[in-house]
Design a protein around this ligand. Sequence first.
Ligand code: FES
Length: 346
Amino acid sequence: MNIETPFENFLNEHDEEAWSATLATLLRLIHEVDRNATQIWFAFYPLPLLRALEQSDDREKLAQQLLLRGDYELKAQIDTSHRFLYGHRFWPQVKRAVEQHADSFNQTARASLADQILGVARSVAQQLTKDESLLVGITAVAFMTVQQAGITGFKSAPATIGIDNKHAKKSPEQVLRERAKDDSQGLLGFLRTVNKQWTVTWDENDSSAKYKLREAQDLAWGAADDQTRDWRSIDPRRVEGPIPVECRSAACGTCWVGVLGGAAKLADVGAREGKKIKEFGYIDTAEPKPLIRLACQAQAYGAVSVVIPPWNGQFGKYLRSLKEQDDKSIKIVAKPEGEAKSEFVQ
Ligand code: FES
């Protein structure tokens, strides 16, 4: 049987709500280059889904029931899941610092989760002489990765960096300058009202990972025109172009993407996209231009930079039903003297 370390115990005291509060505290301390990326990463690897799978009697059956396809388990992607964060280039140092933090974790004098993340980020920033804000997002990612993959699995990953030197050398300012930069529409382009073309970047660490679409096309239609690679052999979910698609009508959830830059240049979330994206479980927000979108529904009116998650599924309804069951299982038990207390019914 796996015995949890004190650090794992501490992490496991934090559920989705506790993590949301922690992220809200950290967000303003994360450099702009990684602020969206960090939020997208946390949407790509939802803790309640992992817990539901772990607690299920038949994990494979549940995965099938929730139509999970692709690489949804973080433990198999410890070094790679965060390749789209600027902080990924500091991963070996961050990983080592988190391992040391886990080994020396002091149960009695423990700080809040946010303070511990900031403490580790600060120590790595000092060691690398980098701005602390560049380390906060990736350190939060490392903590969540330990919680989902376990410290033993975390330590066993080789700590590799998955981007080439050319991209690793870019400054955060350069990345921000290039991100979602609108295409020139040529001489007198400002007069053009039709046939405007915009670039969609789907991997900022690969210079060839771009395609063009026409004004008001949705992200998935534009991607389908890209015949430059054998997409299916890269990922069977990619039946045409770099964005995985199936129904093209907001019915399957295959095409979800994170929007690193240019979210404001996508059309507002329509009623169907808003309803379905919640049902799938990807995001629960009323924001008109959120960071998670269905590519087959999001029409572009400018250049955007997106991230493609390595998996998809339909788990929102299931997780909500589990939560409702949990809430119902708390019953009010009247004590003899008339006081009331709540307790869990096993
Ligand atoms: S392709 Fe099915 S939801 Fe977009």
